[in-house]
Design a binder for this molecule. Structure first.
Ligand code: EPU
Length: 338
């Protein structure tokens, strides 16, 4: 199925709920559709192209004066298995958490720590979604899609995707050049669970034995207690990345703030918690018009109703400046500003 629309509102296509319009909007559900569309329609080469997943990591600050591509390919299918592993292909349009739920209830392990992350399967490899010590890139066997440059289908092995913290080849060299239509995941039949992050193990034990279903439920409980439900309150999860800084800079901050949370990041570097830094600057629960900072997690900016993208962006810049003034640390956005 192909849907093509002009001057189309994107309000329900971004979790911040920002009301902007796309000049053109192209939605498809079959992996063969992009080839047909791009070969048979007017030359799209002159238009700006934006590939949109669940819109859960994006902040629109103005209308999009180009073509929005919305891959909505459905389907979840086991395509191969052996004694140890199972390979599952999921369409880009599947809700990420529905896919995780399917895997957990089939007892296929690997991505249970990534429960309740908003967005679609197709967006998971783009920013290498991660939570509670797990990153999706470690479980991706192949990314499949359509290459806008040579107008042909493409396949890329997971180990060629340059996955790192909230980053991949799709945010860099291939930015805007490929449309992901499906992803093949390699999961485990005999799991080794990772409960090392924060209070995850404690939360699982509250539910009973350590098993995949309880891990999913514990992650859901932790997330729901800290992060807003995007159906009720517009947000895009963490607005900034956690900054990685030198150990000596951290030692200086630690003298003034002995309780600062940090995690080793290799080569004398440490990862600091952006949420903590923002919290220390007094932003948690702040509100300016309809733009604000979540009351339970300072790393999450929220739209209380009718904030514009520009208002949220301006607030994020104020936060960045204040963190820089207080700690000398420049925060990098995780969210894509369009
Ligand atoms: N903290 C505060 N105040 C706050 C927020 C956090 O003091 O307002 C402290 C916490 O107490 C904790 C530390 O900062 O000691 C880290 O907080 P938390 O464990 O809640 O995680 P985070 O670093 O804020 C990251 C990811 C989240 C992911 C969680 C759990 C990034 C940018 N964010 O958040 O990802 O769910 O860890 O793994 O890496 C997302 O990417 O959208 C996202 C929500």
């Amino acid at each position: 199925m192909i849907r093509f629309l002009e001057k189309y509102s994107l309000k329900s296509y971004n979790t911040f709920g920002i009301d902007v319009k796309a000049k053109y909007f192209f939605e498809f559900t079959d992996i063969a559709d992009p080839e047909f569309f791009f070969r048979s329609n007017k030359t799209w080469n002159d238009e700006k192209i934006l590939i949109l997943g669940g819109g859960s990591n994006i902040l629109f600050i103005s209308d999009f004066n180009g073509l929005v591509v919305y891959p909505n390919v459905p389907g979840i299918q086991v395509i191969q298995e052996n004694r140890q592993n199972v390979w599952i292909e999921a369409g880009a349009g599947e809700e990420w958490d529905e896919f995780v739920r399917y895997c957990v209830f089939s007892e296929f392990s690997g991505i249970e720590n990534l429960s309740l992350i908003p967005g679609k399967v197709g967006a998971a490899p783009i920013q290498n979604i991660g939570a509670y010590g797990c990153e999706v890139g470690n479980f991706i066997e192949t990314v499949k899609g359509y290459n806008l440059e040579n107008m042909k289908p493409f396949e890329m092995a997971g180990n060629e995707c340059n996955f790192s913290y909230r980053d991949s080849i799709f945010k860099n060299k291939l930015k805007g050049k490929v449309i992901v239509t499906s992803v093949v995941f390699r999961l485990e039949k005999f799991p080794e669970f990772d409960l090392s992050y924060g209070n995850l193990e404690e939360e699982v034990k509250k539910l009973g034995e350590i098993n995949i279903k309880n891990i999913r439920q514990a992650v859901i409980n932790i997330r729901s207690s800290k992060l807003p439900d995007v159906k009720e309150l517009g947000s895009a999860g963490s607005f900034f990345k956690n900054p990685v800084v030198g150990i000596s800079q951290t030692e200086k901050i630690k003298k003034l703030y002995p309780e600062i949370p940090y995690y080793p990041a290799g080569n004398d570097m440490v990862k600091l918690a952006a949420g903590w830094l923002i919290d220390q600057c007094g932003w948690k629960g702040y509100r300016e018009g309809d733009a604000g900072v979540h009351e339970k997690q300072a790393l999450v900016l929220v739209n209380f109703g009718n904030a514009t993208g520009k208002e949220i962006f301006d607030l994020s810049e104020k936060i960045r400046n204040s963190v820089f003034e207080k700690f000398g640390i420049g925060l990098e956005r995780e969210v894509n500003v369009i």
